[in-house]
Design a protein around this ligand. Structure first.
Ligand code: SF4
Length: 352
């Protein structure tokens, strides 16, 4: 199958098989495409759909999000996972809002200049929002190309794939953009990682991997990351408390979500270090900047003043220190008794 033939076959199949997803509809804005692409990284479509809808209803333009506190982005992000993505979208929105016209850049290079926008996302927005002839390679695309073209079970995504995928795209930009999304859709719906549905695949007659008898992967299979008991699980629980609270939260409230104090402290340290949680001067914690927002100098002074007591209070029963490396670090293991309660907030929340 020639290059154009593969793209034509996929495009014909896509016309009848594509899912009706809101970020693919004709009137969708580049901002909405950016939001969808960031949310879809490592998160299934079904979980993204309700958050995407709520996000764009509340923040239909980058300027709308930029005018709100980053903590509100973290709050609405809910349980999508990897919540730093919410902060990255907020940072990008602030940068876009400062551009003339408040519009996203149209080129890959311009998009890459936005904070938090990486190579894949920039390419996806250029191709799917601006309909440019730009190769976009995610794990689905890589797998389809590995199987249909190279005769391999799968392959890791590398920068060399961009040239390979570009060769498969039609010359005309609009057709290339459609072929790009069709490749991705085939990987999501038909040529899946675990159970490719070859009998229904539009490429079955020419697929190199099927023709070769489907040889097994020539590299070790990466096992999915464990979740239960990890710091990621603890971080998720801590953030959930803050998202569900309109006001900053005391340390005791956070302590109730995880029994193991050192792991809990480490997880909270990580959230604070990532800017997802603000430690407040009164010892509470909140989402970044949600309600009463102090001026930057005042916040800096607050953090400086809180750093000393935190550092001095390190060394719980285990004698393990968790608060010395950074003034934003939090000592959870040595959290005070209820009578001297400490509160925790999502970034930007108010002091109660
Ligand atoms: S024939 Fe099977 S392995 Fe080949 S591209 Fe289609 S689904 Fe994937």
């Amino acid at each position: 199958m020639g290059n154009t033939e593969l793209a034509d076959t996929l495009t014909d199949w896509y016309a009848g098989a594509a899912r009706d997803l809101p970020w693919r509809r004709p009137a969708v804005t580049p901002w909405a495409v950016l939001v969808s692409e960031v949310m879809l990284q490592q998160t299934p479509v079904a979980r993204v759909l309700p958050v995407y809808a709520a996000w764009l209803e509340r923040w239909p333009t980058p300027a709308d999000l930029a005018a709100d506190a980053p903590g509100e982005a973290v709050r609405l992000w809910g349980r999508l996972g990897y919540p730093r993505r919410a902060l990255r979208l907020h940072a990008a929105a602030v940068a876009v809002a400062q551009r003339p016209g408040g519009e996203l850049p149209r080129t890959v290079l311009g998009l890459l200049a936005l904070p938090g926008v990486g190579d894949y996302t920039a390419r996806a927005v250029a191709a799917f929002a601006y309909r440019q002839r730009v190769p976009v390679v995610d794990t689905n695309v890589r797998r389809v190309v590995a199987r249909a073209v190279e005769g391999r079970a799968d392959a890791p995504v590398t920068r060399r794939d961009l040239a390979l995928v570009e060769q498969l795209l039609p010359v005309e930009a609009e057709a290339a953009a459609t072929a790009s999304i069709a490749l991705m859709e085939l990987g999501a719906l038909v040529c899946t990682a675990r159970a490719p549905r070859c009998p229904t695949c539009p490429l079955r007659a020419t697929c190199a991997w099927a023709a070769a008898g489907k040889p097994e992967l020539d590299s070790p299979v990466r096992r999915p990351q464990a979740w239960a008991g990890t710091d990621r699980q603890v971080r998720g629980r801590l953030l959930q408390v803050l998202r569900e609270s309109a006001a900053p939260v005391a340390a005791e409230r956070l302590a109730s979500v995880w029994d193991e104090p050192i792991q809990r402290a480490r997880a909270l340290d990580g959230l604070v270090g990532d800017g997802l949680v603000d430690p407040l001067p009164d010892g509470h914690y909140g989402l970044p900047g949600s309600k009463v927002r102090q001026s930057a100098p005042a916040r800096a002074r607050s953090r400086q003043s809180e750093a000393l007591p935190l550092a001095r209070s390190t060394g719980g029963a285990s004698g393990m220190s968790t608060g010395l490396a950074s003034p934003r670090k939090v000592n959870f293991a040595a959290s005070p008794s209820p009578s001297t309660s400490t509160t925790t907030m999502l970034p930007g929340s108010s002091v109660p």
